[in-house]
Design a protein around this ligand. Structure first.
Ligand code: ADP
Ligand code: MG
Length: 680
């Protein structure tokens, strides 16, 4: 039997198109122009301004190659009104010169400039025409294209694909905002806009055709989030109710809850009493007191006879929680197990056994450990600290913990990075959100100062002074791009330097490579006040809580992200003493570096910081890729298109209720397999 012919490998422009993901007609239909060229009309030279790109027609009056300075082809052209312009070509073929022979009529498109010898165009596009050659009937699209993909080829491919692309209207017209055209019409328009349209509205994407497209994808996102929420409502969770332990905790706490803590506590208690798994995001600025809210939730769960897991991103943070939670809960008789990567051997097995038997009522550890290693007898509630959004894989892993009983635990995610409103409305549409919008009383505001690195010595003197006053400080070492190794070197060097200046027994060192026990020992000495100064890498970024620390120095602050700076700064200002955060930078600053430091100096409000961070970085980076699905928004911009987002958000539940099949088809069209990414 003869071999079947090997499929011919796509070559040239076809390959280039495939590389851009332009495979199916729909891909081509959704590949939209970056801008347009107006070849629909001719502009008399007399009316054109310098610097303007125009199209005109004229007859060649002279054509010669000039060789005196640099070899170039000079062609003089006169338009029908008698005005002339010179075309200049530095590279040209003989055939081009022939094409532009005296007496030829040319249609020319280019930028009009004023040159040494009057008005000129350098390397314009030129086409020989007759007096009656028709003009383009639509604006000419210019598409994003990689190397090896000529515009003409792409234009033809798109024009051919457009009628074949499945673009039937899925959404009932009556439910759509009235200003939006049907999808097919919108796309046909964007690829071939009519001559008289305002280019500005096309290029800034405010034209109704663009709006329709953005609305489509925002709607798909809303629908898929609602679907995942609806799916969750079909799953079952243990009903957790209990007040006795909560009351005992409240009586034992050395402070009164803030109004916000009380309100959020009640919202969470209502979740836990539901027979369906609830996923809630608790956001509150650094220091707003999320840990005690977590403790209250844990109490409800444990009181109801179920286990609670508390997960933190790092061991250091896990240890901090343990200390605090154990301090609060153990005296009430709650049995706590701490399981992290560094607990090994027999001890680890014993702890795992306690979790598996249900003997441990509260299990504290890092995400990784709890997801992978720990089996629970009956997990009722998982609390995830300092995570915007628990990843899909992680949520699925949790679900599996109780799978055999057909139950799913409730989930509470806590984040110190407040989520700007538009992000909350789009990416968190499937979550309940609570906000701690009130700080515990008695906090004094943090003053932030930005200095050039040249002031480093003065800052060290200031620390010596603080130490004399019995105050404590942090020194955060520069972030070093290359590796964790270099971060470590920077920290050890700074530690050695400061220890020599200020006294060996006064300066502690904390970094990511230390063993958990070593870290814990240093933290304990700092917490007790024995060590006045702690030199640290960003391991202290989240959750570290030493109220007596009132000064923080961040060296090379320009290297840190805005959210990270805000988190770090949140380590001070936790007690009643006035606190200072010093940002030392090494210039010259980049544009965004300057903006970050400026934001830090201007505000301590986490919401404002998050808003500016979003503006500086955009949603994809802000949320961390993949996990967020932020990169799935191709056309819409959350800030600019907030009104469309609001409209999509209003339409989604109606569509799901009244036209479920259309809703499903819409999600499929826009998200296809990727819908899974946004769920769970
Ligand atoms: P975060 O929200 O950053 O996790 P924490 O839970 O670590 O904040 O709380 C910060 C500090 O405020 C801790 O020392 C905590 O004990 C204290 N705290 C929490 N709630 C209150 C309150 N209602 N009154 C006084 N202090 C509080
Ligand atoms: Mg915290």
């Amino acid at each position: 039997m003869p071999d079947a012919p090997a499929p011919k490998p796509a070559s040239g422009p076809r390959r280039a198109m495939e590389r851009l993901g332009l495979l199916r007609p729909i891909d081509l239909a959704l590949h939209l122009p970056l801008r347009y060229e107006d070849e629909t009309r001719l502009t008399p030279l007399r009316q054109a301004r310098h610097g303007e790109t125009i199209q005109f027609e004229g007859v060649v009056v002279s054509n010669h190659i000039e060789t005196r300075r640099r070899r170039q082809l000079l062609v003089s052209l006169r338009d029908d009104a008698g005005d002339s312009v010179q075309l200049r070509f530095l590279n040209f073929y003989p055939s081009q010169q022939k094409q532009m022979a005296e007496g030829a009529r040319l249609r020319v498109r280019g930028e009009l400039r004023s040159g040494l010898f009057g008005r000129e165009m350098v390397h314009p596009q030129v086409k020989p025409v007759d007096a009656d050659t028709p003009l383009a009937s639509a604006l000419t699209p210019v598409y994003p294209a990689g190397a090896g993909l000529p515009q003409v080829y792409l234009r033809k491919a798109i024009a051919a694909a457009l009628p074949r692309a499945p673009l039937d209207e899925l959404l009932p017209a009556a439910l759509l905002p009235r200003t939006l055209p049907p999808l097919r019409q919108a796309l046909e328009f964007l690829h071939h806009p009519a001559p008289n349209v305002s280019l500005a509205t096309l290029e800034d994407h405010s034209h109704p055709a663009w709006q329709r497209l953005k609305f489509e994808e925002l709607l798909a996102q809303q629908l898929s989030q609602l679907q995942s929420k609806a799916l969750r409502a079909q799953h079952r969770a243990p009903v957790l109710r209990g007040t006795a332990l909560v009351e005992r905790l409240l009586a034992a706490l050395p402070f009164e809850l803030t109004g916000a803590q009380r309100r959020v506590g009640e919202e969470i208690a209502a979740d836990l009493a539901s027979e369906h798994p609830t996923h809630r995001l608790l956001q509150g600025d650094v220091g707003s007191g999320k840990t005690v809210v977590a403790a209250l939730a844990a109490c409800v769960c444990i009181d109801a006879g179920w286990q609670c897991a508390l997960m933190a991103p790092t061991e250091l943070l896990a240890e901090q929680h343990l200390r605090k939670l154990v301090g609060w809960l153990e005296p009430l008789g709650v049995r706590v197990a701490w399981i992290t990567g560094s607990v090994k051997g027999k001890k680890r097995e014993a702890l795992l056994a306690q979790a598996a038997s249900g003997e441990a009522q509260l299990v504290v550890g890092t995400h990784a450990v709890i997801e992978d290693k720990v089996q629970f007898a009956q997990l009722g509630l998982a609390i995830v600290d300092e995570q915007h959004r628990f990843g899909v894989a992680q949520r699925l892993a949790l679900r599996r913990k109780l799978a055999e009983r057909g139950l799913e635990p409730h989930l509470l995610m806590m984040s110190a990075t407040p989520i700007p409103r538009t992000l909350a409305m789009s990416y968190y549409a499937d979550l309940e959100v609570s906000t701690l919008d009130e700080l515990p009383p008695g906090r004094s505001p943090i003053v932030t100062k930005v200095f050039a690195l040249a002031k480093r010595d003065e800052v060290i003197e200031r620390i010596a002074h603080e130490i004399g006053q019995g105050k404590q400080s942090y020194w955060v070492c520069p972030l070093i791009e290359e590796s964790e190794e270099s971060d470590l070197q920077a920290a050890t060097a700074t530690h050695a330097e400061l220890a020599e200046l200020l006294g060996d027994d006064r300066v502690g060192l904390l970094h990511g490579r230390m063993k958990a026990e070593e870290k814990a020992a240093v933290m304990a000495r700092f917490s007790s006040g024995e060590l006045p100064l702690l030199v640290a890498t960003t391991v202290i970024e989240v959750g570290v809580d030493v109220p007596n620390a009132s000064l923080m120095v961040i060296e090379h602050a320009e290297r840190f992200g805005l959210a990270q700076l805000h988190q770090l700064r949140g380590r001070v200002g936790r007690g009643s003493a006035a606190s200072v955060c010093v940002l030392l930078y090494n210039g010259p600053l980049s544009e965004s570096g300057r903006e970050r430091l400026k934001a830090m100096a201007e505000t301590t409000d986490g919401f404002e910081i998050a808003r500016r961070d979003l503006a500086i970085r955009g949603p994809g980076e802000f949320m961390g890729h993949r996990q967020s699905g932020a990169d799935l928004l191709r056309f819409a911009d959350l800030e600019d298109d907030a009104p469309l987002l609001v409209a999509a958000r209003a339409l989604a539940p109606k569509l799901l209720a009244q036209h479920p099949a259309a809703a499903q088809a819409h999600v499929q069209r826009w998200l296809g397999g990727r819908a899974e990414l946004m769920k769970a």
